[in-house]
Design a protein around this ligand. Structure first.
Ligand code: ATP
Ligand code: MG
Length: 441
């Protein structure tokens, strides 16, 4: 069986073999190549020790010598080369106490998480697949290597990796592996926030994110306890044919792939259960839920150590997720004024995803959002004024018109901008100068 190995991968294998060592490409790259996808990088494993790997190549970086990893620079391409190893004694449920270099490829493959990730390949000796990864790949199944409970107890992050792969590849999780994930999920509480965040981001980006979110709330609750009240929470409202969590899952799946938009959809309605009231007509209401969701989002994104920019953007998008967005030119300008170009687009994407996850009778809203987006593009193309920077007059003009130096200058310019945004006056220098004179007088 042939794999379309990259020049860098082939070069590194050949370099190690020329020095008398054995070497294979291994893990995710083999999985992706067998699926017909081009791997984003090729990892290599070898029986050469790290010092021997370093001696084989002109340019190397000692990436993780204790774990046996050396990065070989093949031209501009980095290739991670790891010495075959066995791991033992995961007393903290996160990383092994002992790493031991071995010469048996199968032992190295046996420490890997899922069968589809536990294959190695070499152009001369072919595929090494001691755990049936190829058959699982063909069947679209994720199966833990070895005894699932023990593997998740060793390293609970594997549970989230499993959900991430399931969302990314659209693979089902084999029954015994799935039960072990549920049983061991509590151990995820001990996993570092950064690692949880990386897997959560990967899961949300996946094409099957909706199915995975809808299927696995119990596991996700260990790292996101805030989703608990949303699961199974009926909405008693004709807009909604789904409970809050299933609506959430669908909204994530319906969102554009933009990372901030997907995160926003995950968090946008988490405040609903806490804001529920039943109207006299028997319909459910959630007054104030956007603000409550924004508070919860702030807490979650802080705890998972998201960067400040992402946190700020997502919290704001959550807060505005149900603000009215009429398809009007002035609404488009106000949106640009308030959020800037990138987040104005993101907010429309959020509204679109939310609408797609409503009962079909409400999908006509999508046309309005399309119209608003077209208006927004039009305003941008016309270089319309939506910020003070773009106003055809500035502070100097205000002073020249006789406005008292100090805060009055900002107030006057702001008042003009508001009128331009509202479409009451054009962003025309002569017009604005006349207006300034009137303010001063
Ligand atoms: P991706 O496409 O996300 O890079 P990947 O499978 O290559 O997927 P990596 O995190 O790059 O994932 O890890 C490379 C390989 O190392 C995996 O395919 C798997 O064999 C092994 N591996 C990584 N993390 C773990 C873990 N926590 N437990 C067991 N094996 C792991
Ligand atoms: Mg990888």
């Amino acid at each position: 069986m042939e794999l379309a190995l990259s020049p860098a991968g082939a070069g590194v294998l050949a370099g190690l073999e020329a020095a008398g060592f054995r070497a294979w490409v291994v893990g995710g790259c083999v999985r992706d190549a067998l699926r017909g996808k081009t791997p984003h990088d090729w990892d290599v494993c070898t029986d050469a020790r790290p010092d021997q790997v370093i001696a084989c190549f002109a340019r190397t970086v000692p990436t993780g010598l204790v774990h046996g990893t050396v990065t070989v620079l093949w031209g501009e391409t980095p290739v991670e080369v790891t010495t075959l190893r066995a791991e033992s004694g995961y007393s903290d449920g996160r990383r092994p106490d002992h790493v031991e270099f071995v010469t048996d490829l199968s032992r190295d493959l046996s420490r890997r998480d899922f069968t589809v990730n536990a294959m190695a390949w070499n152009p001369r000796t072919g595929l090494a697949d001691p755990f049936g990864g190829r058959a699982d790949l063909a069947a679209g199944v994720l199966r833990a290597v070895g005894e699932a409970d023990a593997r998740f107890a060793e390293d609970a992050l594997r549970i989230l990796r499993g959900l991430r792969f399931s969302a990314r590849l659209g693979f089902a999780i084999e029954a015994a592996t799935a039960r072990a994930m549920e049983r061991q999920a509590g151990r995820l509480r001990a996993v570092a926030a950064e690692r949880v965040r990386t897997e959560l981001d990967g899961l949300l980006q996946g094409a099957a994110a909706e199915e995975v979110l809808a299927r696995w709330p119990a596991v996700l609750e260990t790292v996101l306890p805030e989703i608990g009240p949303a699961v199974g929470f009926g909405q008693h409202n004709p807009h909604h044919c789904l409970d809050v969590w299933d609506h959430t899952a669908r909204a994530v799946g319906a969102a554009s792939a933009d990372k901030a938009v997907r995160l926003t959809m995950l968090l946008h309605d988490l405040g609903k259960p806490g804001c529920f009231s039943l109207g006299p007509d028997g319909a459910g209401h959630f007054y104030g839920h956007a603000a409550r969701s924004a508070e919860l989002a702030e807490g979650i994104l802080t705890r998972l150590r998201y960067d400040n920019e992402t946190r700020g953007r997502v919290v704001r998008l959550v807060r505005l997720h149900d603000a009215p967005l009429p398809a009007e030119e002035k609404a488009a300008r106000r949106l640009l004024n308030r959020l800037g170009e990138r987040d104005a687009r993101a907010l429309i994407a959020v509204h679109r995803a939310d609408t797609r996850a409503l009962a079909p009778a409400y999908h006509h809203r999508l046309e309005e959002l399309d119209r608003l987006e077209a208006l927004l593009e039009e305003q941008l193309a016309q270089n319309a004024c939506f910020s003070l920077r773009q106003l055809a007059v500035n502070g100097r003009d205000a002073l020249a018109a006789g406005i008292v130096p100090g805060p009055a200058v900002g107030r006057a310019l702001d008042a003009l901008l508001q009128r331009v945004l509202a479409g009451e006056i054009p962003n025309d220098r002569a017009v604005l100068l006349t207006e300034l004179a009137a303010y001063a007088g």
